[in-house]
Design a binder for this molecule. Structure first.
Ligand SMILES: CC(C)(COP(=O)(O)OP(=O)(O)OC[C@H]1O[C@@H](n2cnc3c(N)ncnc32)[C@H](O)[C@@H]1OP(=O)(O)O)[C@@H](O)C(=O)NCCC(=O)NCCS
Length: 175
């Protein structure tokens, strides 16, 4: 377990780190279908454009950024407004030391403040670290989307995981 991190809302000053770390995940070839590269400027605009329901967090260890995480609405349909998709990226040289675990634990604790009662993860089937991280934080596997999209010309499977945070309100949000 790594030492406790300072995890707070990401600021414009974190944008360069966020872009660099995102590009590391892209280079791994099993984190995302997104393509890079991402500059600090582009990530600054991305951060500024995110709605209140899509917060981004940055984790620092002794003032050095080591990882970031984000929530985004699972769907534009209002009846799913309590469901968020999560993302977590740890700088390559900080992986394997519990940073991802702290980021996900923080998301689980914080997501209800943004109106969410469930988190969903969409994890490429060969992303062993991402799957393990979800598993050790109480996510259950919903199933596998077969050949859900392509990466470097290859069809890839995506495993869907979910975890309830709170019980849904009795009356769901109306359309
Ligand atoms: C997935 C990721 C966030 C995990 O972060 P991390 O700081 O390395 O994870 P932790 O050290 O907290 O480890 C979490 C669990 O995964 C396990 N793990 C870590 N790396 C692993 C690997 N390469 N293969 C298998 N399991 C691994 C750890 O042993 C730990 O399991 P445990 O709780 O049983 O001990 C990190 O690898 C990463 O940034 N990857 C690129 C982005 C990505 O794929 N994000 C996930 C999709 S949202």
């Amino acid at each position: 377990m790594s030492e406790p991190l300072l995890i707070r809302i990401a600021r414009a000053a974190d944008a360069e780190f966020i872009g660099r770390t995102y590009d590391e995940g892209i280079a791994d070839g099993n984190a995302t279908f997104a393509t890079g590269p991402h500059s600090g400027e582009e990530r600054t605009r991305w951060l500024a454009a995110r709605p209140a329901t899509a917060p981004v967090f940055c984790a620092h260890q002794q003032k050095t950024p080591v990882g970031w995480s984000a929530l985004a609405p699972f769907s534009h349909r209002p009846w799913y407004s309590g469901v968020a998709e999560y993302t977590a990226y740890v700088a390559r040289d900080a992986r394997g030391g519990g940073v991802g675990g702290q980021l996900l634990a923080h998301l689980l604790k914080t997501a209800p403040d943004y109106g969410y009662w469930k988190l969903v993860g969409m994890i490429l089937a060969d992303n062993a670290a991402g799957l393990r991280l979800a598993d050790t934080h109480g996510f259950r596997t919903v199933g596998t989307h077969r050949a859900h999209s392509t990466l470097a010309g290859q069809w890839r499977d995506v495993i869907v995981v979910e975890r309830h945070l709170t019980l849904p309100p009795k009356v769901p949000p109306s359309a």
